[in-house]
Ligand binder design. Sequence first.
Ligand SMILES: Cc1ncc(COP(=O)(O)O)c(C=O)c1O
Length: 325
Amino acid sequence: MIDNNYSLGFFPTPIHPLKNLSKKYTDYNIYIKRDDHTGLASGGNKTRKLEYLIKQALDKGCNTVITAGAQQSNHCRQTAAACAIAGLECHLLLGGTAPKTYDGNLLLSSMLGAHLHFTGKNRKGEDLELLTKDLEAHNKKCYVIPYGGSNITGALGFVNAVKELKDQLTEQNLNIDYIFFASSSGGMQAGLTLGIELYKLNTQLVPINIDKDETDGLSLEAIVLNIIKDGTLLLNIQKKFTIADIPLNRDYDNPGYGVLAQDEKLAIKELAMTEGILVDPVYTGRAFYGMLHTLKGKKLPANSNVLFWHTGGFPAIFKYSNELK
Ligand SMILES: Cc1ncc(COP(=O)(O)O)c(C=O)c1O
């Protein structure tokens, strides 16, 4: 089942030390995993989920894929690219109203051939059912990908990612104590949690919450737990997970989704200017700030090996050009 995917990206993604940053924060050895290099229309973590979701869409004989997100959604941009490769029609439900000019991810989604539907205040797939009915009435066979590609099918991509990471760590004779990453729709967090249990990797996840709003009336912790429960059945995992097994650091989500705070901007520039690596203003910038703040505050044991899992988001930088220059 974990091998049953449709190849869309470049794996394994590199893992390497952040030497300059580790010299600055001398108590820690800092590493990075480069899912910004997964390919698929400029990379990102959704490539891993889409390899399983697109496979299922094709197996079910669907010819149309529908998904949803914000106008600067990386998930939507990568879904559009995956559909282009697989020969599927792609429909994206995007929050807000149609802007006069398209930029960042919105521009790329449009260039990749997706049909764009603007849905006002609904940015988390509230209108998916409505559009599906409409397209079915026009004889389309639809495959609906939930907000962020976050269900157990998509999460399998991150179960597999743990195996990839474990093999790399074995090869490099390395142990990682903490993994920091941006968690938003929950699929990545759920997949990593399942993968760590399945492949017995000795590490601790530090998911940084990005979006303080609920989805469908559920907290992110509840969403992650639901996906994990589906995963334990599918993967025959014996452990009974509870909400206590779902860590989520909510210290950094206060500015709100898509709002770039001053501290985040400084952290983005610090990484750019010490390591030549670009993180995005919505997800990875916030998660990276959360990690730096934790390290600066010496909140983890000295000499820990800390990994930042870079999940992409590069195109959104251009939407924030005034704030980042
Ligand atoms: C760049 C980036 N990082 C992290 C995430 C969070 O991943 P997940 O939605 O699986 O929690 C997203 C989700 O859209 C993203 O676009």
